[in-house]
Write a protein that binds this ligand. Structure first.
Ligand code: CA
Ligand code: CA
Length: 285
């Protein structure tokens, strides 16, 4: 009988121990990382943070899983939206023509060398990897602005242009009151246009506090962007970045009577040709 009582006590001890240890077990379990569950159903801490067995929106449409860490759907590649119902392949225009990445707001991010809202427009030579494709035209990086496909560097272009200038007869002309800077600039512009360059006519107004001293030079626009200025009386490429900020500031086709500086102490105005400058009222003799 004594033995039986002892046995009964031992039997009672087991549930007692269990009931004492259970809270520790539950606490330890609550510290364990909760893995994402999927697909579809969220067990707790769902988007509304209510501990229920409710699911993510539309059960993530079968194209993702319900993520506790995100508090919503984590969509499979190629799907987007809060319920993963947006097919990114067909959501963007023309599926980005297989030349770009479709974003969740329906816009294509085109691969290098392609442009257009559906990435269907190819730029020349894909801009040679030295520029950005915009509306079918390359916007070349500054150092690669020598050609429309950004394959010629600015330095190479300058070398070719300087070679062409060394053959020019305009710098050999004699400076006279009747044949002065605007005549040099205009004649060199026409000559370079004839050689296939996109040349135009530039006026520079230098300010010394009281007076505005005008000068005319020639400029050339490489097809990849930028402007190169030339002193037509010497046939040399000149640098007009007076304030040394890496760009030459100039006004396009407008003459403001020498009041708004565009570069250092100068106002630089680029015109299509001398006649276009005269039309704006710029004083040219
Ligand atoms: Ca003149
Ligand atoms: Ca500058």
């Amino acid at each position: 009988m004594k033995n039986n009582i002892y046995f009964l006590n031992r039997l009672l001890l087991i549930p007692l121990l269990f009931s004492l240890l259970l809270p520790f077990y539950s606490f330890a379990q609550s510290l364990a990382p909760i893995p994402d569950v999927g697909p579809g159903v969220c067990v707790s801490n769902c988007p509304d943070d209510t501990p229920t067995t409710t699911s993510c929106p539309n059960n993530c449409s079968g194209h993702g899983f319900c993520s506790r860490s995100l508090g919503g759907c984590s969509c499979d590649a190629g799907w987007s939206g809060s319920d993963c119902s947006i097919n990114l392949v067909t959501f963007c225009p023309n599926s980005c023509s297989d030349n770009g990445f479709c974003t969740s707001n329906g816009e294509c991010i085109c691969d290098p060398g392609y442009s257009g809202n559906d990435c269907s427009t190819l730029c020349p030579n894909k801009c040679s990897g030295h520029g950005t494709c915009m509306d079918g035209n390359c916007i070349c990086d500054a150092e690669w602005s020598g050609s429309s496909d950004c394959s010629i560097s600015k330095e190479e272009f300058n070398t070719m242009l300087q070679d062409a200038l060394s053959m020019s007869t305009v710098p050999d002309m004699t400076y006279m009151t009747t044949y002065d800077c605007d005549d040099f600039a205009s004649d060199l512009e026409r000559e370079l246009d004839g050689q296939g360059y996109d040349a135009s006519f530039t006026l520079i107004w230098r300010h010394d506090g009281m007076n505005n001293i005008g000068h005319a030079v020639t400029d050339v626009h490489p097809t990849g962007g930028g402007v190169i200025f030339i002193e037509p009386q010497t046939g040399m490429i000149i640098e007009l970045d007076e304030n040394m900020d890496g760009v030459v500031g100039f006004r396009d086709s407008t003459h403001s009577p020498a009041t708004m500086l565009t570069e250092g102490m100068s106002e630089i105005e680029v015109y299509m040709d001398r006649a276009a400058a005269e039309v704006t009222g710029a004083p040219i003799d």
